[in-house]
Design a protein around this ligand. Structure first.
Ligand code: HEC
Ligand code: HEC
Ligand code: HEC
Ligand code: HEC
Ligand code: HEC
Length: 154
């Protein structure tokens, strides 16, 4: 016997499971015009205003990726993202301004080898002339991110 119109057998589309902050919402919050199958799944389509309104850090000015999942979950907008757990923890004199290293808008897959950002420092150094005596490009063998004094041979 049917006792109510709850729908325990309804499972939301696999392409967009209603997890965390998306559970318990009224269907109409996302399906306003009764369109179902053609609903966009990209975070930015529904959260553009959230993205634009963040001031600290300013997502738009820093060119943050529009795939929010790179740094957030659907639970809330606090971020579990922590630079220190990446393959390139920020140590020494490495700047904390996002634009110093991500001005191109690239975050994932950025080359972390010293050479990719410090080739010019290597090429212009005369004491000793790194290029002439062909020192290795792996700066970390002799330097840290603290300064360009070398711990080599000490
Ligand atoms: C937070 C946003 C959100 C809420 C809330 C939401 N949906 Fe959806 N829904 C989507 C998105 C995004 C898609 C597109 C996913 C896809 O293409 O399968 C979708 C797809 C669907 C589809 C089509 C699935 C398919 O297989 O083609 C149906 C039916 C549907 N939703 C019903 C509902 C019902 C009923 C509710 C309320 C219980 C609901 N939705 C609540 C975002 C939402
Ligand atoms: C079809 C529209 C739609 C899409 C696509 C969508 N959301 Fe949502 N989302 C909503 C709605 C509606 C709410 C509830 C109202 C609100 O808090 O903005 C919500 C709430 C949230 C919340 C909770 C916010 C809070 O303050 O509690 C988070 C976090 C979130 N979404 C993250 C995401 C992420 C990450 C994606 C991409 C994977 C995404 N959403 C895709 C419609 C959508
Ligand atoms: C490159 C990482 C990154 C991406 C991608 C990203 N964010 Fe964020 N977001 C952050 C960081 C870091 C914060 C600061 C969180 C804090 O202070 O705890 C933040 C904060 C926010 C806040 C404010 C939270 C608060 O309570 O003040 C909102 C809203 C937000 N993000 C929305 C978005 C949306 C929407 C997207 C996708 C369209 C997105 N973000 C993509 C890193 C990111
Ligand atoms: C993604 C780019 C990037 C990578 C990779 C990188 N750095 Fe840096 N580094 C910077 C930027 C930007 C600065 C600040 C501007 C400057 O001083 O050149 C900086 C500053 C420094 C400084 C301070 C220079 C000074 O005079 O204050 C040292 C030392 C340094 N880096 C060493 C290293 C070493 C060693 C590695 C490899 C383990 C490395 N960096 C990898 C971008 C990078
Ligand atoms: C084999 C060891 C070694 C390697 C590898 C190495 N260096 Fe050096 N570097 C030195 C030594 C030794 C000095 C002189 C330090 C001093 O005077 O205290 C030096 C000094 C420097 C200075 C400072 C020069 C000055 O005038 O103050 C810079 C800048 C520098 N290195 C950049 C680099 C960069 C960038 C790389 C990697 C692409 C690199 N080095 C790799 C040994 C090395």
């Amino acid at each position: 016997m049917i006792t109510d119109w709850k729908a325990p057998n309804f499972v939301h589309g696999e392409a967009f499971p209603l997890t965390a902050g998306h559970s318990g919402l009224r269907c109409v919050s996302c399906h306003a015009n009764t369109a179902f199958t053609s609903t966009e799944t990209a975070c930015i389509t529904c959260h553009r205003d959230d993205y634009i309104s963040v001031e600290s850090p300013n997502h738009q000015a820093n060119g943050y990726p529009e795939d929010c999942l790179e740094c957030h979950t659907t639970s809330n907008w606090d971020t579990p993202f922590d630079h220190q757990t990446t393959q390139f923890p920020l140590s020494g004199r490495h700047p904390r301004q996002i634009a110093s290293c991500h001005s191109s808008g690239q975050f994932a897959g950025l080359d972390g080898h010293c050479w990719s950002c410090h080739a010019a420092d290597y090429e212009t150094t005369n004491t000793p002339d790194h290029q002439e005596i062909q020192l290795p490009h792996q700066c970390e063998g002799c330097h840290t991110a603290q300064n360009w004094d070398a711990s080599f041979g000490q």
